[in-house]
Design a protein around this ligand. Structure first.
Ligand SMILES: *[C@@H]1O[C@H](CO)[C@@H](O)[C@H](O)[C@H]1NC(C)=O
Ligand SMILES: *[C@@H]1O[C@H](CO)[C@@H](O)[C@H](O)[C@H]1NC(C)=O
Ligand SMILES: *[C@@H]1O[C@H](CO)[C@@H](O)[C@H](O)[C@H]1NC(C)=O
Ligand SMILES: CC(=O)N[C@H]1CO[C@H](CO)[C@@H](O)[C@@H]1O
Length: 489
């Protein structure tokens, strides 16, 4: 049994209050947030919450404060007592359970336990009730990696206790998609003795300041016709905004976005979503159709945005509203503010319009992002991308036993490691609707298909092939780990 501090009582009360809020049925969050929020418990292998007492500041010798961090365990497939343990890293959103994606297939194949730790600050793992900038000082990927290391030790020890044994190590393997994919690679890099290998799916390991390749990939993924239609649409919106701003914003269901920059970012992200998450035709078919028929492009795009982006995906317009991002109260939508803090301090990925031939409005530029960081978090907050890449290595990451996998249509892949190197294979899954995290999530990537159904990918074979390669890597590295353990006995 763990002993709880008196703070825990306060925490439990707070969580009770929190859990009485009705959770929105968001199936999905914006590309800034990048991860799925799942609403139905049937989408999870488990959503039974467990708690762990975590150190607030791993880098201070004086500060011994702790906070409660949420985690999950799924043991149905676990081959007792020495099967592998899959650590599925949760990223920049509330972690409401272990999602039933391709990990369930892998767990079955390897007889693995699956455990998942919520990222500090997100969901119910916030150390503070107020998310004012000063309180966000312990929100970083570095602290998060240390959380994972400490949790991994704690979980192994409690498993040993349960099994009445000591000094036994199960072979661990880490998994993550997107930002948590980067954490997966970085965990293997910084704590190689704690894991046998890593799957870094659509892992954004390179911090990028002016991320122009992002918009270029959107154009490439759209194809010539759809790209031209998107560009024309954006120009038309820009023109109309000058004279009838409120009317145009209302047409897109986004009247609340008073800042024009926020509105243009919102418009750009609505298109991104189609390619990033494997639903390109939902956007391109109606737009190209409208162009051919000489119909109003702005109205066609507005229909897509309202019915599909806001309606089907359930993205909230407020996600793009700096007024909302400034809100320091802890709510179920705090993830937006928290992720922007990580963007504005560590990784940037500023999705600016390229100088030439951009799809998005030129108004989404570097100044827009820097102004946002300043407006939302205050003076002096800006991303030190160079420091981040020095710390982790960017695409020159000097790790080992890390598999990278990217989707051909995913704009994020340009912040990932796309070239294979010794001990770090990199695979690209190429198909018409292969986007962010296709290896784990199949197609489309959102809304999530259970068990990462690959049949709806335009080339299921491309997915199967990469999954086969991933499985071979996991198998090899787990067995090397087990041999090592055996030899050291
Ligand atoms: C645990 O192991 C010890 C030593 O092998 C043994 O004496 C004890 O009975 C075991 N306890 C349980 C609960 O299995
Ligand atoms: C980013 O783009 C802005 C505007 O084009 C430019 O002033 C700045 O030097 C660029 N910064 C980097 C690091 O590339
Ligand atoms: C701008 O983009 C177009 C179309 O991709 C290309 O043909 C042209 O060479 C580019 N111009 C510059 C200055 O890069
Ligand atoms: C492994 C692989 O196919 N990598 C390719 C990914 O895409 C880039 C271009 O964006 C190529 O340069 C890599 O070779």
């Amino acid at each position: 049994m763990r002993l709880f501090s008196t703070n825990t009582v306060i925490w439990v009360l707070f969580l009770l209050v929190l859990s009485t809020f009705s959770y929105q049925n968001h199936a999905f969050v914006s590309s800034r947030i990048m991860l799925n929020r799942l609403s139905q418990s049937s989408n999870y292998l488990t959503d039974k919450e467990l708690w762990f007492s975590q150190t607030l500041d791993h880098f201070s010798p004086f500060d011994h404060r702790r906070f409660q961090q949420r985690y999950y365990e799924f043991l149905d497939q676990f081959r007792l007592p020495d099967g592998p343990i899959f650590l599925k890293i949760c990223g920049e959103s509330s972690c409401n359970g272990i999602a039933n994606d391709y990990i369930s297939v892998l767990a079955k194949k390897f007889g693995a336990a699956v455990v998942s730790l919520e990222h500090r600050y997100y969901g119910k793992s916030s150390p503070f009730n107020s998310l004012k900038t000063e309180n966000l000082r312990y929100l970083s990927s570095k602290q998060a990696l240390y959380d994972l290391a400490v949790f991994r030790q704690y979980y192994q020890e409690s498993l040993n206790l349960k099994l009445n044994r000591s000094n036994v190590e199960n072979p661990w393997f880490v998994f993550g998609v997107s930002y948590s994919g980067a954490l997966s690679a970085w965990f293997r890099l910084k704590f190689p003795h704690l894991t046998c290998g890593s799957l870094a799916s659509s892992a954004v390991v390179l911090a990028v300041y002016n991320f122009t390749e992002f918009d270029q990939q959107v154009g490439d993924s759209a194809g010539a016709e759809c790209k031209a239609a998107l560009q024309e649409t954006n120009q038309l919106v820009e023109q109309r905004l000058a004279t009838e701003g409120k009317t145009v914003k209302t047409l897109f269901g986004a009247a609340e976005l008073e800042n024009d920059g926020d509105f243009f970012y919102f418009l750009a992200d609505a298109a991104v979503m189609a390619f990033q998450y494997g639903n390109p035709d939902e956007l391109c078919s109606p737009l190209v159709q409208a162009k051919k028929a000489g119909d109003n492009l702005v109205e066609a795009y507005a229909k897509y945005v309202k019915e599909y982006f806001l309606g089907g995906f359930g993205v909230g317009v407020q996600t793009y509203n700096q007024k909302h991002l400034k809100n320091t109260a802890l709510t179920q939508d705090s993830g937006d503010r928290l992720w922007w803090f990580q963007v504005c301090t560590e990784v940037a990925y500023f999705q600016v319009a390229p100088l030439n031939d951009s799809v998005r409005s030129k108004k989404v530029d570097t100044s827009y992002h820097l102004d946002l960081c300043k407006n939302v978090f205050g003076e002096g907050i800006y991303p030190d991308v160079t420091a981040t890449n020095i710390y982790y290595g960017g695409t020159k990451i000097a790790g080992s036993k890390i598999v990278f996998a990217n989707g051909s249509q995913d704009p994020w892949r340009h912040a990932s490691k796309q070239i294979s190197s010794t001990d770090m294979p990199s695979y690209v899954i190429s198909c018409h609707n292969c986007g962010h995290g296709t290896d784990m999530r199949g197609c489309p990537q959102a809304p999530l298909s259970l068990e990462g159904d690959a049949q709806k990918c335009s080339s299921p074979d491309a997915v199967h092939k990469v999954r086969q390669q991933i499985t071979e890597n996991i198998d090899l590295w787990l067995s090397q780990c087990q041999n090592l353990a055996r030899n050291s006995l």
